[in-house]
Design a protein around this ligand. Sequence first.
Ligand SMILES: [Zn+2]
Ligand SMILES: [Zn+2]
Length: 263
Amino acid sequence: MIKFCSLFSGSSGNAIFLGTEKTKLLIDAGLSGKTIIEALHSIGEDPSELNAILVTHEHSDHIKGVGIVSRRFGIPVYANDGTWEAMESVIGRVGPGSCRRFDTGVIFDIGDIGVRAFPIPHDAREPVGFNFFARSRKITVATDIGHINKELLESFDKSDLILLESNHDTEMLKVGPYPWFLKQRIMGKTGHLSNEIAGKVVAYMAERGTENFLLGHLSKENNFPELAYQTACAALQGKGIEPGRDIMLDVVLRDKTGKVVNL
Ligand SMILES: [Zn+2]
Ligand SMILES: [Zn+2]
């Protein structure tokens, strides 16, 4: 069995737990150590049993607690060269054996879980999403995506579960309180994914067989969970796919630990 849980998801901090009976991973640690440790306990996980912290990119909402959690429990941190360069001075020194590097695009193993990082279009040094392979299942985590391209769709293909960014409603963003340069950044090619595009991707992947979707990294200012959900619902229903009956669709929140999904 694979256990998956979004502890927190959004620009105020990201952390995801994924584990088998043997191997336990934390993907990003973008909140205080204390908050992450409490969230792990709340889903029955002991942070000292983590085998790895995997980092998608160096933005603070993904790395804030990486150094703290790693040092406190002696947990190895995995990132690619670009992310290490960009985050090293921010997360502080980790233990001598805790600095692990992976190559984007190359599958490697942590315990009984296969891991593959794939590039995402986002304004960081070498940002990635992840595929996880275990128990003949494939799980994909992909947030902080400026736009969708063919390579991304290939990386998502045949996933059993996808956590996909559904960051903002484009109309809310346009009329919202952000200064224009920030609006430009978010809507740009290396910013964040809108509800509309996320909905289209969900519908496309559902048609190709994916049965479980979580929408994440929602903007606090430019989105509502219900709006993200309904936008994806409409896209799915347009293809004759009914959420709840044919597939699982849920929204994971910035300030609340999500439901545990067992696959
Ligand atoms: Zn982020
Ligand atoms: Zn980011």
